[in-house]
Design a protein around this ligand. Structure first.
Ligand SMILES: [Fe+2]
Length: 409
């Protein structure tokens, strides 16, 4: 049978397709299979030594990937095909072997092998692509992480620059207010009001920042005025708008600093009136930069409150309203009213004035604390602790604290 099978395959497929080896016992067959690693193993069930089922089991146990075809004569009493399947055979042929059946089975197996090889090749290509993708992904993640750490460094440098700029602006504000004992804290309060209005009007982050800086420095030009009544005039918005030109001095000082040009521009126009009667360019309505219109109303509101401490908020707002359509923009006026209302009357009612010696741990400052020489000791909103109270008392011996101090107990 071995000879017959060999002849059929050789004549049908030829030596380019199939290489045929024969073994005349199961044991010899196993040995050859280990050496030759064939694609297909065919064997009879009845052989000298171990039978075909045993042989098939051992092939499977050895891990060889060969396809196994078992063959046997037809036997009515035994279903060899089922047993062949149970021991792991891939096909079963009954004898006498028919040339067509044998070639059909072998061709089928060769085609499956070819397909397997193709799939294997494709799989390898896919695995190679996946490996390249993984490498690319790793590169991208590495670059991302480098970019993130660079971004972190830039953000931290930006924060540091912003903090330095903020403290420089604070220093300038203190210098501006040195000779303004009655109006100390005005610049910071105007900045707070202006930022409230700017944010309500939907200004961008940069515009709000410029507005805040311009509000803090809007009286920078007053430093240039002689220390006489002209300073008091400059602090009275009604006179200041008519006679003084300190906004132009501030503009001149600021516009030389890179990045502060927009701030200088806002201060230049803060005394323009919406009816066109203001200084220095006689701009009207929306020709006046919005930030300038906001600072204009905010500064007037705060100066008036300071100059008329007994006036209620609604009385101050009435004074603002008088200039609606003349000096001030209607929309800005409605928002400063909203700001004034947002300062809870209940909170204001809780504020008490006391001497510096009555300050206690746990009190919240309702206004900034300044010394006689103009040093800003503590900001509004600070909650006092024991250490702060002691430091203020010691400082008071050297440079008296301007009193009384406003606190929320
Ligand atoms: Fe002002």
């Amino acid at each position: 049978m071995v000879k017959v099978v060999g002849k059929i395959l050789d004549s049908a497929l030829g030596p380019q397709v199939i290489e045929f080896h024969e073994a005349l016992s199961g044991e010899r067959g196993l040995q050859q299979a280990q050496e030759l690693k064939p694609d297909i193993v065919m064997c009879d069930i009845h052989m000298p030594g171990i039978n075909g089922f045993e042989f098939c089991k051992k092939i499977r146990q050895s891990g060889l990937p060969a396809t196994v075809i078992l063959m046997s004569a037809y036997d009515e009493s035994e279903d060899y095909a089922i047993q062949a399947k149970e021991v792991g055979a891939d096909a079963f042929l009954t004898k006498p072997i028919k040339k067509g059946e044998l070639l059909f089975a072998v061709n089928f197996i060769l085609r499956i092998d070819h397909l397997n090889e193709t799939v294997l090749g494709k799989n390898q290509e896919l695995q190679e692509d996946q490996r390249r993708l993984r490498d690319n992904l790793k590169d991208i993640m590495r670059m991302n992480s480098q970019l993130e750490s660079q971004n972190d460094r830039i953000s931290s440098m930006n924060r540091e620059l912003e903090e330095r700029f903020d403290s420089t602006a604070g220093l300038l504000t203190n210098i501006i207010e040195l000779n303004q004992s009655q109006h100390r804290g005005h610049s910071e309060r105007v900045a707070e009001i202006a930022v409230f209005i700017g944010q309500k009007m939907g200004l961008s982050g940069d515009s709000v920042q410029n507005l805040k800086t311009a509000a803090r420095l809007h009286e920078l030009g007053i430093v240039s005025l002689p220390r006489d009544e002209s300073v008091e005039d400059a602090l009275d918005e009604s006179k200041s708008r008519l006679y003084t030109s300190h906004p132009l001095v501030a503009e001149m000082l600021l516009k030389g600093f890179p990045g502060l040009e927009p701030v200088a521009e806002l201060i230049r126009h803060m005394h323009e009136n919406v009816d066109g009667s203001g200084k220095p360019d006689g701009l009207a309505g929306e020709q006046i930069p919005l930030g300038s219109r906001i600072i204009s109303v905010s500064s007037f509101y705060d100066h008036y409150r300071v100059a008329h401490p007994d006036s209620s908020v609604s009385e101050v707002l009435k004074q603002v309203e008088k200039q609606n359509g003349k000096w001030f923009d209607e929309n800005v006026i409605s928002l400063i009213s909203e700001y004034a209302r947002s300062q809870s009357p209940a909170d204001n009612a809780k504020v008490i004035s006391c001497s510096v010696f009555a300050l206690k741990e746990g009190m919240e400052l309702a206004s900034d604390i300044y010394s006689e020489s103009g040093i800003n000791l503590l900001r509004q909103g600070t909650v006092l602790d024991l250490d702060m109270v002691n430091k203020i008392l010691k400082f008071n011996n050297v440079d008296s604290v301007v009193g009384p101090v406003k606190v929320k107990p």
